[in-house]
Design a binder for this molecule. Structure first.
Ligand code: ADP
Ligand code: ZN
Length: 202
């Protein structure tokens, strides 16, 4: 059985746009648990090679050690039996199996901390995050500061070759110069969006 904190586990999700401080908050929570001598493991999908492969690094420069894995099955295999706290960063990039893994861990008494983008650059819910948010006991939705107007930023603006990325642009564009900015709802630009909040299929 997984290690327990007085027998009860739970899921806490930290979400928001890019630059909203998700990694900083995850790092803060992990450091505090370690200070309290909890058995902690931090895990992220290996495709996030933003800054380094064996750390979670915030845009502000804080970091903790983090195990890169290919998918949720590899994550499950890597979690030690005595883990009391399991933290996942960049959870939006995990396969759907991350949901059952988090629920199973929490049911077994583990504190599960999940950080991830709630929405992609189009402003659409991202990967397994909606279900994780629904199943979590605690949700922290963080905001950055809109670089255009200074209001709270809840969206991630993708910019390709100096222009707002189109709704239909692929996730990976080879040879293009790409950048991301934090923006508010009003300043977030998505050319060619079918219609606001379209769900597809109709
Ligand atoms: P996330 O994991 O949500 O992308 P990080 O924790 O990596 O965020 O980084 C948050 C840090 O990003 C802030 O403390 C600040 O130093 C920096 N930052 C850069 N641009 C912005 C912005 N527009 N609004 C707020 N913070 C920003
Ligand atoms: Zn704005």
């Amino acid at each position: 059985m997984q290690g327990t904190i007085q027998g009860s586990g739970w899921i806490e999700v930290i979400c928001g746009s890019m630059f909203s401080g998700k990694s900083e908050e995850l790092i803060r929570r992990v450091k505090r648990a370690r200070i309290a001598r909890q058995q902690v493991i931090a895990i992220k999908p290996s495709l996030d090679v933003r800054f380094s492969t064996n750390d979670v690094v915030s845009h502000g420069g804080d970091k903790i050690e983090c195990l890169p894995v290919c998918d949720s099955r590899e994550a499950e295999a890597a979690i030690p039996a005595d883990a009391q706290v399991v933290a996942f960063d960049e959870a939006q990039f995990f396969d759907p199996g991350i949901v059952d893994l988090c629920v199973g861990l929490a049911d077994a008494g583990v504190r599960v901390i999940v950080a991830g983008l709630d929405c992609d650059f189009r402003g659409e819910p991202f990967g397994p995050m909606p279900e994780l948010l629904a199943r979590a006991e605690y949700v922290s939705k963080l905001q950055a500061i809109c670089v255009k107007c200074g209001n709270p930023a809840t969206r991630t603006q993708r910019i390709i070759n100096g222009r707002p990325a189109s709704y239909s642009d692929p996730q990976v564009l080879i040879g293009a110069s790409e950048a991301y900015e934090a923006r508010c709802r009003r300043c977030h630009e998505v050319p060619d969006r079918p219609r606001p909040h379209a769900t597809g299929g109709d």
